[in-house]
Design a protein around this ligand. Structure first.
Ligand code: ADP
Length: 440
């Protein structure tokens, strides 16, 4: 009872989890791109600084070479006046004497300078430094922007992911809704509407609807079977009760009692056979039947069934003949297969008028064994053909004969439990042929 609401609350959590995953992957991808951009920007800024320093070194070297230290000092001073960008300039003579600082803009920390130097022909070394502050400033802004952009990307990805997941989960939610309605109402005619995307969810929905069709068919079949069983049990039970009541009604009479009790036993037997057969069919259909297989010639089954029905056929003036190949060996449950052969023979004789004939044969065909029962009887109406395998179904023309409408259901269930098949070929007024196919 508690599982349905639980499922209802779990789905949004699941959706949120997918959304967070989606957002995280998206953010990781975006961050990787931004980090790469940051590295490239930082590298290109450093390269630009180097180029400026190299060009300054070239200019200063030329100034020194043409005008000596004075010439260099003039150039540096002139630059200090005009250029907005101030650089650190230091000259050291070749003997390694004291350095002469030509320019050291105030407040610059020598440790934060990007420097470059050039050694001239006379051994003098000119050193130029450029502050990295401007570069650091740009990169710091870049980082701050990155932080902001990452946050926005995360929020956008989270919202987008949540919305996308919500819409992707909608069909699943519909499916859950339908399942919950079916559980609550017990109605199996409910179906989940199909989407138009033809994706995996649509496929699942189609399969789910197909499963519901199947369940509905089974439930309807079971309901009908139950209705039929109740109906068919009512008749013998009413007879049974009627006989007992009638016996009790009059004055005590031992003969009447005996007769009534015999009637009761007969009706009770009928009910018992019906219930046992119904249980056998259910067991075989559900796969719960335990088959005691043994390898044996199929002919033995036929011979036993013919022995059982020889007298019945003779009494009805129906010719009964067997055509068997003793070499056909199958792995079967002897008793169950005897039931199959007996049921088919019983029907064939029952539905064949006097003067007709019934043939039972065993043959091999394409690596399989065939057990065939052919009669020249009343045949089966085309409309009834698909229904003869149903439990408790009895043909219109068969009602005058004894029977429960369970014989063929049992035949089909037992044969299929053996991994075989059974089919019928019939022409009204001319006869029927039932064929059981088994693996050899
Ligand atoms: P039952 O024979 O007790 O009625 P079955 O399950 O054996 O039940 O058969 C179902 C129906 O199939 C029968 O009522 C009958 O209409 C039809 N049927 C089965 N076998 C034959 C046959 N050999 N010839 C004609 N009709 C048959």
């Amino acid at each position: 009872m508690s599982s349905a609401p639980e499922r209802e609350t779990r789905l949004p959590v699941y959706g949120l989890r997918i959304g967070v995953w989606y957002a995280t992957l998206f953010v990781i991808g975006s961050l990787a791109i931004m980090f790469l951009t940051y590295l490239l920007t930082s590298a290109s800024l450093a390269q630009r600084d180097r180029q400026i320093i190299d060009s300054k070194l070239g200019t200063y070297a030329a100034a020194y070479n043409s005008g000596g230290l004075r010439g260099l000092e003039t150039v540096v001073n002139a630059e200090q006046q005009t250029a907005p960008e101030r650089v650190f300039v230091r000259v050291t003579d070749w003997l390694g004497g004291e350095a002469i600082v030509l320019s050291q803009p105030g407040g610059w920390d020598v440790a934060t300078l990007e420097t470059g130097s050039i050694r001239l022909a006379d051994g003098t070394v000119i050193q130029v430094g450029r502050s990295t502050e401007a570069r650091e400033d740009i990169l710091a802004r870049f980082r701050a922007a990155l932080g902001l952009v990452s946050l926005s990307i995360f929020l956008i990805a989270l919202t987008g992911g949540a919305l996308a997941t919500q819409s992707a989960l909608r069909p699943i939610r519909q499916l859950i809704g339908a399942v919950q309605r079916i559980i609550t109402t017990g109605r199996t005619d409910e179906r989940v509407p199909l989407g138009e995307t033809h994706d995996a969810i649509d496929e699942l929905t189609t399969l789910f609807n197909a499963m519901l069709d199947r369940i509905e068919g089974l439930v309807t079949g079971m309901r009908n079977a139950l209705d039929n069983v109740s109906h068919d049990l009512r008749t013998p039970m009413t007879h049974l009760r009627g006989s007992a009541e009638l016996a009790l009604a009059g004055a005590p009479d031992i003969d009447r009692y005996r007769e009534a009790l015999a009637d009761c036993v007969e009706e009770a037997d009928r009910v018992l056979v019906m219930l046992t057969t119904l249980m056998d069919i259910s067991e075989a259909e559900s796969g719960a039947i335990e088959l005691h297989r043994e390898t044996m010639p199929l002919a033995e089954i036929v011979e036993r069934a013919v022995d059982l029905y020889r007298d019945t056929a003779e009494a009805k003036s129906v010719a009964l003949e067997a055509h068997v190949d003793p070499g056909i060996v199958v792995s079967i449950d002897r008793l169950r297969l005897e039931q199959v052969a007996a049921n088919l023979l019983d029907n064939a004789i029952k539905y064949t008028p006097a003067g007709g004939r019934v043939d039972i044969s065993v043959a091999r065909e394409g690596g399989r064994a065939l057990l065939r029962v052919r009669d020249t009887g009343i045949g089966i109406q085309t409309a009834e053909l698909p229904r003869i395998w149903e439990r408790l179904f009895r043909g219109d023309e068969s009602r005058t004969e004894r029977g429960l409408g369970l014989g063929l259901s049992l035949v089909k269930a037992v044969v299929e439990a053996h991994g075989g098949t059974v089919s019928v070929d019939s022409e009204p007024g001319r006869g029927s042929t039932f064929t059981v196919t088994l693996n050899v």
